[in-house]
Write a protein that binds this ligand. Structure first.
Ligand SMILES: Nc1ncnc2c1ncn2[C@@H]1O[C@H](COP(=O)(O)OP(=O)(O)OP(=O)(O)O)[C@@H](O)[C@H]1O
Length: 326
């Protein structure tokens, strides 16, 4: 931002969003922002309120409390909703006898864009060769691409996608990742949900993590990594002197492990060895812990629909077949 300029409004903003279905509070006072130009991952376990939240953002579910804006205004007040936001929420409902092109032409008429857009979006999602094929013959991956093509018809600034990788093969997932990154690079914005953080790790630059309808974390993926920074395990000739030397350099998170190694957090390996050398401490070995963001996410959201709640699955041994081994 340059001095004196106004900060860019978020592409999407949720403020205290709450939704109750009878006794169930699906979403509880949820506030988050989706900055313009970002791919923001909306992550939470099954049943954590992701779909309900996305539906509230898009005016499909009326909040019990709070409010949301898309491109700075409530969805219901957008003058050209299809030109502002495209969404893929449910599996696409398209008549199996209708061709992909026929389906898109109906939507072109409905949202008031020229028929040429149907051809453009088919090309964008790589479905031109199958344009005149009946949708009923499409594979799941092709149906997902058609759903995305439908969302793109209005050339929207913002895309909202609910678990778009569900049912896609690895090639489809790689294609989707490249597409979303290119969409954001063009200055547009993506909000994409998943219950698997790893699915979004290479796509999203920001994360909104929810659990039981409430916010657990929002920020960049790098923030999350930094907050759970890896430890370096050092086998040293004098761990206590090394700990003191690290402390003198401002690195105070060091602990001697039961195996005698020093565990140091927030300091890269070369810095640790450099400080050890200056302090006259010999290093016999250094290992950097691998931080798995999926594990961090599971720890943040544990307790909901997890194995912990139900205990490990029990599977009875197979029945003996007549004539089988005794
Ligand atoms: N129309 C509804 N009526 C009653 N309860 C609902 C309704 N929609 C959602 N819920 C409940 O609200 C909670 C959140 O559901 P939601 O579908 O928003 O979660 P989610 O994070 O999208 O889950 P998933 O990843 O399984 O799709 C769940 O307990 C669900 O059963």
């Amino acid at each position: 931002m340059t001095a004196g300029s106004t900060p860019l409004r978020p592409a999407i903003e949720a403020v205290g969003l709450t939704k109750r279905f009878g006794a169930v509070e699906a979403v509880s006072g949820l506030s988050f922002e989706v900055p313009v130009g970002s791919v923001t991952g909306f992550v939470g376990p099954n049943g954590s309120g992701k779909t309900t939240t996305l539906r509230m953002l898009l005016g499909l579910v009326v909040p019990t409390g709070g409010h949301a804006t898309v491109a700075g205004i409530p969805f219901a007040e957008l003058p050209h909703p299809a030109r502002t936001v495209g969404a893929v929420l449910d599996s696409l409902s398209v008549h199996p006898k209708r061709t992909a092109l026929g389906h898109l032409l109906v939507y072109c008429a409905a949202i008031g864009v020229p028929d040429s857009r149907a051809h453009e979006v088919l090309a964008t999602v790589g479905l031109t060769p199958a344009a005149r094929q009946k949708a009923g013959t499409y594979s799941l991956g092709m149906r997902q691409r058609l759903a995305l093509a439908t969302a793109l018809l209005g050339d929207p600034q913002i895309l909202v996608l609910d678990e778009p990788a569900n049912g896609l093969d690895p090639e489809g997932i790689a294609w989707l990742r490249e597409f979303l990154l290119a969409f954001a690079r063009s200055g547009r914005t993506v909000l994409v949900s998943s219950h698997i953080l790893r699915e979004l790790e290479q796509t999203a630059d920001r994360l909104v993590i929810v659990n039981r309808g409430t916010l657990v974390h929002q920020g960049t993926i790098d923030d999350l990594r930094a907050r759970h920074s890896a430890r370096v395990f050092v086998a040293a000739s004098d761990p206590a002197t090394l700990a003191l030397a690290l402390g003198a350099n401002g690195f105070t998170d060091a602990q001697v492990m039961p195996d005698g190694r020093l565990a140091v957090r927030g300091v890269p390996e070369p810095t640790v060895t450099g400080i050890a050398e200056s302090a006259g401490v010999r290093i016999f070995g250094c290992d950097t812990e691998h931080v798995d963001l999926e594990q961090v996410f599971l720890a943040m959201t544990s307790g909901q629909y997890t194995a912990q709640q139900y205990g490990p699955p029990t599977i009875p041994p197979p029945a003996q077949f007549p004539g089988g081994p005794r």
